[in-house]
Design a protein around this ligand. Structure first.
Ligand code: NAD
Length: 485
């Protein structure tokens, strides 16, 4: 670790351009690789939520953000992107220490966050309305206007990048934002306050609150001055957030969990599948909503695939993320010991229910929330391990006999986030892509796409889309103005 980078002992929340925090009401931020407390974070209460939403709403009403010429917002977004990249090492180190992922992954997360500011900075000027012909006695036009205060409720798995995904398009379209940062990993998000100040956003544009979900999160989701809630997290919390917002007739974007499957056909290039498994399921120790958590392989290639996945899993070095600087073959700690125990519990139940643990499946002894990279063969797609999100480094392998069975297993969960197809037959790839449930289908490369491509779920993986042009449309609404001449 760069010795010049140190975390503040105490961090505050950021409301209307000023820092505030009660030293008597804090949460301890723990490095999951060591179990050590690395910082104290002030917890926001209901009054802080109210103040932040009110400040954002005052700014919205003033028109100082939403009413400015879009090129001005575009420039500020680009300045924020530069600022983030200039501070890449400090932010990445913070992410690794608070969340556990390898430093090389945290750097990629910072780069990914900056991309959202660049991309939506570019798009900020491109939204425009239209005119509708109503005959010679009328002039009619449709404008796009910002919605108002956007609430962003953020999970801990990519704490910095998940915020960028919704904050950048919200600001690009002129919406002041209140961000509820994750309790387990709140520190990297504080950089957005510095980025917003550096970029010149008016006070109240970006407000950052760390608080318990049941207190600050719930107060934010139900606040009557909020105009849109963007939630990323688990299904039960998403449902409760949507209920709370619905009480105020406020729309929600829900980005929830997944149990995404790669379908591997007999003609697939298994070396490519193995490379993708490395990133698909073992990146971020499997704590990725769109993880390749299931591989459904044709029975003729099952043994080969199990051998490949087992040697991949055993080749991964598991150690503190902060030591994993440049090599690309490691895995860090999970976010917390509690979460690691819940992952371990799912693997134990899978074994008890008749699944075969091919490799891994245990927590290494010693300090830190580590878990071995694990491969499980599930003989029955109805097992919990084949149905529910593990959110850890656990690949579930299933086999099939014909294409129809592969698709029915892939679509046979309550989720539908992403899917993958591995084949050299383009017609089979297209037919299968159309048949799979999910907002993004990857053919021959898991995670193909980028900030430019729309992303989101079907079924219990959520509703609405983020990323791409579609993601920007969440933050505007149309207003039709009809004039009688
Ligand atoms: P979580 O649902 O426990 O928490 C998410 C956020 O909601 C946190 O900030 C939390 O404090 C807050 N929260 C908790 N209770 C709340 C309440 N009653 N009202 C309002 N807010 C509340 O999820 P998590 O454990 O932090 O994240 C893991 C989950 O997130 C996984 O299921 C994962 O798949 C999902 N996820 C989805 C995406 C996606 O894009 N689809 C991306 C990342 C993570």
């Amino acid at each position: 670790m760069d010795q010049s980078i140190s975390l503040p002992a105490f961090s505050e929340n950021y409301v209307d351009g000023t820092w505030r925090g009660d030293r008597a009401r804090t949460t301890q931020v723990v490095d999951p690789a060591s179990g050590d407390v690395i910082s104290e974070q002030a917890l926001a209460g209901i009054e802080d939520v109210h103040d932040a939403v009110s400040a954002a709403n005052r700014l919205h009403a003033s028109g100082r953000l939403g009413g400015m010429r879009p090129v001005e917002r575009s420039r500020m977004l680009h300045r924020a992107a530069f600022f983030i990249l200039e501070h890449r090492e400090e932010i990445a180190t913070t992410i690794t220490l608070e969340q556990g992922k390898p430093l090389f992954e945290a750097r990629a997360e910072v780069d990914g966050a900056a991309r959202f500011f660049e991309y939506y900075g570019n798009l900020a000027e491109s939204l425009s309305g239209r005119s509708i012909p109503l005959g010679r006695d009328y002039v009619d036009f449709v404008e796009m206007e910002p919605r108002g205060v956007v609430a962003h409720i953020i999970p801990w798995n990519y704490p910095f990048e998940m915020t960028a995904r919704s904050l950048a398009p919200a600001l690009a379209t002129g919406n002041p934002s209140v961000i509820k940062t994750p309790e387990l990993a709140p520190l990297s998000n504080l950089w957005y306050a510095h980025a917003a100040e550096h970029a010149g956003f008016p006070a109240g544009s970006v407000n950052l609150l760390c608080g318990h979900g049941s207190v600050a999160g719930a107060a934010l989701a139900s606040h009557p001055l909020v105009a849109l809630v963007v939630f990323t997290g688990s299904v039960p919390t998403g449902v409760s957030v949507a209920h709370a917002a619905a009480e105020n007739t406020v729309p929600t974007v829900l980005e929830l969990g997944g149990k995404s499957a790669a379908v591997v056909f007999p003609d697939a290039d298994l070396a490519r599948v193995a490379t993708d498994m490395r990133y698909g399921i073992f990146y971020n120790a499997g704590q990725t909503c769109s993880a390749m958590s299931r591989v459904i392989v044709h029975e003729s290639r099952l043994d080969e695939l199990l051998d490949l996945s087992a040697s991949l899993a055993t080749s991964l070095q598991v150690s503190a993320g902060i030591t994993q600087t440049t090599e690309r073959l490691g895995m860090g700690a999970l976010v917390s010991a509690d979460h690691r125990d819940s992952v371990q519990g799912m693997v134990d139940r899978a074994e008890r229910d008749g699944a075969r643990v091919v490799v891994g499946g245990r927590a290494p002894s010693g300090r830190g929330a580590f878990m071995e990279p694990t491969v499980v063969f599930a003989p029955d797609p109805s097992l919990e391990i084949a149905q529910e999100e593990v959110f850890g480094p656990v690949l579930t392998v299933l086999s099939y006999r014909d294409d129809g069975e592969a698709i029915s297993i892939a679509n046979g969960t309550r989720f539908g986030l992403v899917g993958g197809v591995y084949t050299t037959d383009i017609e089979r790839a297209l037919r299968t892509s159309r048949a799979l449930r999910g907002g993004q289908i990857y053919v021959n490369e898991w995670f193909a796409g980028g900030v430019e491509t729309p992303f989101g779920g079907t079924g219990q993986s959520g509703m609405g889309r983020e990323k791409g042009l579609e993601g920007m449309m969440n933050y505007v609404q149309t207003k039709n103005i009809a004039i009688r001449l």
